[in-house]
Design a binder for this molecule. Sequence first.
Ligand code: EPZ
Length: 422
Amino acid sequence: MDRIVIRGGRPLNGAIPISGAKNSALKLMAAALLTDGPLMLSRMPRLADVRFLGQLLARLGVEVEELAGARVRLHARTLAEPFAPYDLVRKMRASFNVLGPLIAREGRARVSLPGGCAIGARPVNLHLMALETLGAEIELSEGYVIASAPRGLTGARIVFPMVSVGATEHAMLAAVLAKGETVLEHCAREPEIADLAGCLNAMGAKISGAGTDTITIQGVERLHGADWTVTPDRIETGTFAIAAVAAGGRVRLEGADPEHNHALWDVLRRAGAEVTAHEGHVEIARSGPIHPVDIQTEPFPGFPTDLQAQFMALMSLADGASVIRETIFENRFMHAPELTRLGARIDVRGNEAVVRGPAQLKGAPVMATDLRASVSLVIAGLAAEGETVVSRIYHLDRGFERLEEKLSACGADIERLGEETA
Ligand code: EPZ
């Protein structure tokens, strides 16, 4: 297995291009199932998760072509058996999102339940509730969702009992081809939802209100092909912003949308960073001390859970104690013991972590446990004295495109090494 080696203590200075958002790209790819026309997606990140979903779509009969210039062309002219097996859904939870489009287009589907996940139980009850409310008949059998809509899907009012990004997107993906009007209430408002709605509308759907907590969809009979550019990755943007504050220096995040990270800009400024938002890029700099700031993760526009681990690494360097509360996932502090190996002082109690800075971080071998946890170790490694070796970096490759390249272009001493030989 590959490892990443970081020799810390160098500031970051330079420009970093921001890729398309993984969490948007995966849902946009599922949208290709809704039409027999071609969907051309640009600014597609080259990531393991995108490849996994491409494999599943190919198995479902979609022509998947990776083109130059970060483009992917998906063409679901006709579909094969609407079956998504366990081995492909287990590898990548977002694969579950093919269920709604398959029911909408084919009237039936058999899709594996995704199972648990390192950061929490992550049930799919709200996805299934939404599909059932739209008229799908659902049976759970031997780890699979067996769904059919013999009379097609019908628009309905769906009130989500809690905010869920995936369930909001899944309901949209199914309702676009339902008969009549669907009103979704208490929706997630993440930028990825507006991106999906924008793409579906470009394909001929009639969705309004995406990005607010009520989304209205007028069902249409069919969708057509379209060209769509994936929204910039706000989590990648936030990760490099936090890395620049941790390591010090000045970094320009090219192609980032500053509107997507207000909660982060606010806490980074309070932590002592200079954040300047421009049209199409953001500049982050830090030269003075890092101050402690308490945060709590929340659905958008609150502080994102996907930046909590990275922020914890930063807070370990702050000149005082901070409290980090995780409210979205029940087991998302696995990076804390690894950060402790680098010298951070963190006490975890339930969903709260008290981080006592300032720690003199020192390089050590550490292990990645999930995507965002892994990158928090990279950030800590950039600020640590000496050498940090992060193993199990396949987690990183699921969601960060050319991470070492982007960081070394800004002066970081970071490299990827191949398998360790005994
Ligand atoms: C999306 O996951 C993202 N994944 C996650 O990013 C992100 O952390 C999360 O949204 C929150 O922003 C993708 O977009 C592929 P949710 P999702 O449904 O949709 C509970 C990363 O690192 N819930 O908003 O699965 C759930 O357990 C990943 O890129 C139910 O109870 O998140 C959680 O506690 C990790 N029943 C809460 O809702 C359901 O049916 C929010 O989850 C669905 C969710």
